[in-house]
Design a protein around this ligand. Sequence first.
Ligand code: BGC
Length: 921
Amino acid sequence: MSSHQGKELPGIQKPIDLLCEYAVNPIGIDAVRPRFSWVLRHSARARIQSAYRILVASTPENLSSDKGDIWDSKKVKSDKSVNVEYRGKSLESKTRYYWKLKWWDDDGQASAFSDAAAFEMGLLSRKDWGGVWIGGGDLFRNHIVIKAKVKRARAYVCGLGWYELRINGQKVGDHQLDPGLTDYDKVALYSTFDITDFFKNGENAVGIMLGNGRYAQDWSGTPGVKDRLKTYQSAAPKVILQLEIQFEDGSCQKLVTDETWKIARGPIVRNDIYDGEIYDARLEKSGWDNFGYDDSQWEKAGLFQPPGGQLVSQGTCPPIKKIKTTQPVIMSNPRSNVFVYDFGQNFTGWVKLTVSGPRGTEVKLRFSELLHSDGMINVIPNRTAKVTDNYILKGEGVEVYEPRFTYHGFRYVEVTGYPGTPNLNAVQGIVVHSAVNPVGGFQCSNQLINNIHKNILWTQLSNLMSIPTDCPQRNERMGWLGDAQLVVEESIFNFDMAAFYTKWLRDIRESQKEDGSISDVVPPYWQRYPADPPWGTACVVIPWNLYLYYDDERILEENYRLVKGWVDYLTSINVGHLIKFSKYGDWCPPNKFRSLDTPGELISSWCYYYDALTLSKIAGVLGKSNDAGKYAKLSQETKEAFNREFLEEDYYTYNSKVFDSLLHFDFCPEYDKKGNRKRVLYTQTPNVLPLYMEMVPEDKKAAVLQNLFENVEITNDCHLNTGILGTRYILDTLTQYGRADLAYRLVTQTTYPSWGYMIKEGATTLWERWEYMAGGGMNSHNHIMFGSVDAWFYRVLAGINLDAAAFGFRKVIIKPYVPEDLNYVSASVNTIRGLVSSSWRKEADALALDVVLPVNSEGKICIPLTGFTNPVVKENGRVIYRNNKFVPGVPGITAGTREEGFITFNAGSGDYSFRIGESSV
Ligand code: BGC
């Protein structure tokens, strides 16, 4: 997204940051009507796009002579600059197209054309594939003789479970643990690489290494999942590859996987996503992937059954990559020949080992998030996942080893079997995750909040592994829907998530059953059907947020059947417009897995209401008015049933009948003044959810609110007692009803339970539980499901909000909350439309607020009065508000009114510096 804050040129400027399907110059896409997005610049404020013209050409030459021989949109009157759909000639496989555009501002001024960009199609149909699936080894080799100058060459490859492609001794591309995870009976993803520069004249060698991944995973070591495992027929590692080489002379050559390939066993003796890798360097076949290697002793590759799934392009979904290297901060020696490295940060990835010693020496690396008190690593929370990499030396000088087909979630590494005493540099941490682009930034004057934000960034990235996982360390690492839906906004504020979620939503669609149910985890390697409603709601929440934040209507179209199928599934199991079915409910409240105090059916019914209401909105956006009406009515009926069932006098809890059946759970009953047994089982979540969605009857609202405020502030002494669902909504609900101060107390809390408590106890990522747990069971120290608080930092402390009037940051509301003990906040998001930022700081006698709004966006900028009674507001030193009146004249600012503790201005695009202070006159 846009980062060109460079030198300001006069007037309208050419569009920048051209994206196709959310990516820069993508290759191998299979969207036959790709969508274009761009960012605009203008030296004047308050500029809106009034029109655009896109040219798509078959050659760079045609494009530079403004000939859109593939598509010329002509001048289109529109302010749309995000996800503009291609409407030209049908696009062909493997073909590269070049495009550019120009725009007109609302004065009718035209810009110059943008710089050229490109996109390239993948293999759009099965018949484009010439090769077959081969298997039978873990090293595959073939060669190709090149006799002419290579103009352009592409590799299209899918190796299951995971592969590494090499040409002439070099690894192709920088993908790791590729392809992304899918349900291979439905979809197998292929990647496309530009290999033009890999070839030389004469003989060239092509090699492939294969690993098990999830496709050929050996589950025998994982107890208790047998009954619901998804395994793949004859799931041995296999690969299909197609190299396409075009020469300057117009001719072309192909190499595909078929019976001409040779196979052999390599140095990777064992590989497993949970248990790690055994690499025996003595079994290396040096030069196997290079020309001139003698593979005459190798066997012929076997022709293998294709996986059940369709070959689909990985497209613009960000692949998993090595993101950075990190050094250990400490090495300790808790026992003889046992060395423990502390990286000071919990993360996902592996380590690079550097060692030299006698041939056959076996170095063992084990990984953990925690240490025992004696300094030894604590692997118990990893459960049955062995998380161990073994490297057997070949005894040739300095040897360097990194695994290929496994990954770990860890802070500590234990090294044993090392020849001699290792030094601090013997191991380096390799941080690995889906390469989503960072787009957000947040910092403030409260270090605790900054640490919570930092921990959330690490936790979020640790759990983006081609799918959003629950955790990276134990024998789980599944695509749990509940965890992901709760942090969709946090992730979108921090990272470019559009293409990542687009891919995962396809996985969710593929997992949907005829009856509309979906699994708790996707891909459904664990068949957990039907999903618990707060988990299943992910198929509604995620597309809806992609629409809101990226103005992506196609994601609603593509997932309409999924969302409708899911809501209809809930309807098929409803009882009196309520959902009695509940598995996890408000998961992991303090001291528990499953909340006994928050009725599961309340949570499920609330999700039913949310899903039906959101579906009616989605139908509205897509112009499906019948459905919009039908589901709005359904949501209304559900709301009424919800209040009938769960609303007591002035708080939400169990329906009395259900309550009585639960008596045995309640260890300490309470009695009211009349001595009647008080059915006080007050918890926050059951009251937060209906308040958040405005479901509470007007006449009861004040009382329900008062109870919540009292429970948070007094009964729990400014602590929450919510599980993952209540935690997602409690801060917004308190803020929504004017108690941002109370929400702020919760986020700055440092005693148990709180995010601050985790940090005080040494956390560098978010815990699965509010408690510090170090045993087996469910005690991950790298779970993202409590990470939703970060979105509150952006939306409330920095005040960066979408305006429901026009999504995708077309309209923005900047409305920061300024706590007493906070001196400054600075946040920015590189949105699909360009940079949006909000930074405030307290000065001696004023509050300063700097705001940036991108061209083609409009904003409401709400400056908090922060105690000023007769405020004067200046923008870059010029008065825009005084004596309770707006003072016009400053470019870009069109109105100013005083409302609800704020002075609110309407402003167009531009960089603004506001200052509010007490009027001296
Ligand atoms: C997972 C969670 C998930 C939960 C649902 C746990 O095992 O780690 O992420 O949401 O199960 O029960």
